[in-house]
Design a protein around this ligand. Structure first.
Ligand code: CTP
Length: 377
């Protein structure tokens, strides 16, 4: 198959001119980029592979070398205004399953390079060489899988080598509307029933954050047992009474342990959640107590707790959160109070009244202060 027509439409003139630089070499557009050209979806990177040593190639052609990664045989270059990721063909093995692969050979054949990849839809190459320009090289049936909207691993060890691929599969299901082929689904299920927890959590976390989360994706994540990658005990009867937008909220629901290097702010939220969940006497709190506790927490914490069926958190968000008193410290000073601890007691008192009766106007609040604290109307 040749995709010159799609290629012509996909790239602007400047990019096409830049890619002509490679017309005398065994260079290919590769991976997600070829998939995206075929699907006419925007791609962020220009990923190309040289059947040979890419760093040596970069030194030969007319380009600016931005950075190089000798161990991987990859180099970032700039031609004109275009940044390009130029990779050497390479073979990889996973001596420590679930961790970063080790590179065995740089400059192998394209066919060998293709074998190390995650899914058939990401294992297509398009030649930039003028001898066969535009030809799609499809060693593993990726074209058919794109046509049939199927996500298929290349070999049965794929998830054992790199369990973060399970999240990548989910990412493609949601982003492209594709589904796992039956054998891949069975391999995934089998892996999730026999997880090797000695895995690189940073790879899992980075794929988690590269997934575009919404409720449907999270439901798929739970129903397919993918949550086990993060915490095998995380499955709960969540109450999704609203649709969270922040990915961290979905992650926090899984109570990730210390192996996952989340940010300090996120870790604080996770700790806060554990703390609140351990507190007793949650049943009999007054609305005022609920307000005082939950209004002091970051809003994400309260949202996460409410999805975890903390009734008080839900009540706070649905009913209490918007309640605000209108009386200010300045009003109290105008009434003759001196700045002191008493002022906080007064404002708390008004808040408590307002929570019982949200319709109190500012005038009502001031009258209440006068009758209660100043013995006058
Ligand atoms: N890859 C892999 N296993 C991984 C990550 C990546 O086999 N755990 C391979 C895939 O073939 C992928 C390529 O490396 O196409 C580049 O990875 P990445 O940049 O993450 O994927 P893209 O396809 O470029 O990006 P995306 O799919 O998100 O558009």
């Amino acid at each position: 198959m040749n995709i010159i027509n799609l290629y012509e439409k996909y790239f602007d003139e400047e990019t096409k001119q830049v890619l002509e630089t490679f017309s005398n070499y065994k260079v290919y557009l590769i991976g997600g980029l070829v998939r995206d050209i075929l699907l006419n979806k925007k791609s962020n990177d220009i990923d190309i592979t040289f059947e040979g040593n890419a760093i040596e190639l970069a030194k030969k052609i007319n380009c600016e070398i931005i950075s190089e990664h000798k161990d991987f045989g990859t180099v970032k270059i700039k031609i004109g205004n275009k940044n390009i990721d130029l990779a050497s063909t390479r073979t990889e093995t996973y001596p420590q399953k679930g961790h970063l692969p080790v590179i065995n050979k740089i400059g192998c054949s394209l066919k060998e390079d293709i074998k190390r990849r995650d899914f058939t839809i990401n294992a297509l190459a398009m030649s930039l060489n003028k001898a066969n320009f535009g030809e799609i090289i499809d060693y593993i049936g990726g074209l058919d899988d794109i046509k049939n909207k199927k996500i298929r691993i290349l070999h049965p060890q794929s998830f054992i080598d790199d369990p973060s691929r399970i999240l990548r599969g989910l990412k493609y299901s949601s982003r492209l509307g594709f589904s796992l082929d039956n054998e891949t689904l069975a391999t995934q299920e089998n892996y999730l029933n026999n997880i090797n927890y000695d895995m690189s959590c940073s790879r899992i976390l980075s794929e988690f954050y590269r997934t575009k989360w919404n409720l449907d994706v999270f439901k798929m994540f739970i129903n397919q047992n993918i949550y086990k990658l993060i915490n095998p005990n995380a499955k709960q009867d969540f109450d999704f009474w609203f649709e969270p937008t922040e990915p961290f909220i979905y992650l926090a629901l899984l109570l990730p342990d210390e192996r996952f290097e989340i940010t300090k702010r996120e870790r604080n939220i996770a700790e806060e959640i554990k703390h609140i969940q351990q507190q007793k006497n949650q049943q009999n709190m007054s609305d005022f107590e609920i307000y005082k506790i939950y209004s002091a927490l970051p809003i994400e914490t309260v949202q996460i707790l409410s999805i975890m069926r903390d009734k008080n958190a839900k009540k706070y968000l649905q009913k209490l959160k918007t309640i605000k008193i209108q009386t200010t410290g300045k009003d109290l000073i105008n009434l003759g109070f001196k700045p002191s601890k008493e002022m906080k007691t007064i404002l708390d008192f008004i808040l408590e009244q307002k929570i019982t009766n949200p319709n109190l106007s500012k005038q009502d609040e001031i009258s209440l202060i006068k009758t209660t604290f100043l013995n006058r109307d």
